[in-house]
Write a protein that binds this ligand. Sequence first.
Ligand SMILES: [Zn+2]
Length: 313
Amino acid sequence: MQLIWISGSTDRVRKINITAQSIAKLVAIVCAVMVLLGAGIHFLGLRIAVEVRPDLARAMGGVVTEAQMLAIEDGYRQRLEALQSQLTSVSEKLNELKTLKDRFADIATPAPVKSKLNDKSDGKGGPFKPIQFKLNKPASLSDDLDHTLNTAQLLHDGVIKMSATWQNQFAWLNQLPIGSPIEDRVGLTSNYGPRVDPFTKTLAFHSGIDFSAPAGTSVLASGNGKVMKVARDPAYGIYIEIEHADGFMSKYAHVRATFVKEGQTVTRGQKIAEVGSTGRSTSPHLHYEIARNGNAINPMQALVYYDRVANLK
Ligand SMILES: [Zn+2]
């Protein structure tokens, strides 16, 4: 085939011979250019995408370079390590808290039932083992993350269990007569044990402790319990008996007025009476007794300063 045309400016006649061979050559060149152009656009497009929208570029087909991947992984690892050290510090704080709680519980538990404290505590009684959030050996990011998540779950479960145990322990302590039986116990006049009886002037066993206080001072339940007796007796005068947990009984004597009835439940710190001088008493005071399973015990063994106990709340 032959193409003939006339050049506009010079009016010269031009002609080209088109052969099958020259067409094949042209097609090959055009194809090569198209492929190169396509590849160029593709490459350029992804380069831009990687810089502008890395997530999109990744989605378009694994085009993140090794360096970029390492940088991304490094970012995640740094965040994971921060999380691990935070969790480690949380578990350490929990250990400190448990030690503190054990000390308070020990102070607040009357000597006759100290052994029971261990039954009520978290099994072994000792501190938790320190929790290891970091793997000892270097591991892949995903293994390390899995380990951290599993350990955090264990910590969470442990805290839930611990919280239930502590609540039981606190409820138990609340039922023991360990609080102050009087609003303002400044005048402890007579201690538990043998003493000269102020009436008979002979040696007699004093089965409680006396708090001298102005008539009308509030008498308080020393622990949660049930009022078993509100009565009058020639020796004790007007008195109240409260039954607590674990065989404990507390008794408040010589009061002038009572504010509870038999069978009523009371909580620690509740006003149950007012100091008086009824019965065998020389001046207004509260005679306070504690018995366990029917045997008198020294109230000083059970009495805990109320402000210390309050810290357990
Ligand atoms: Zn007394």
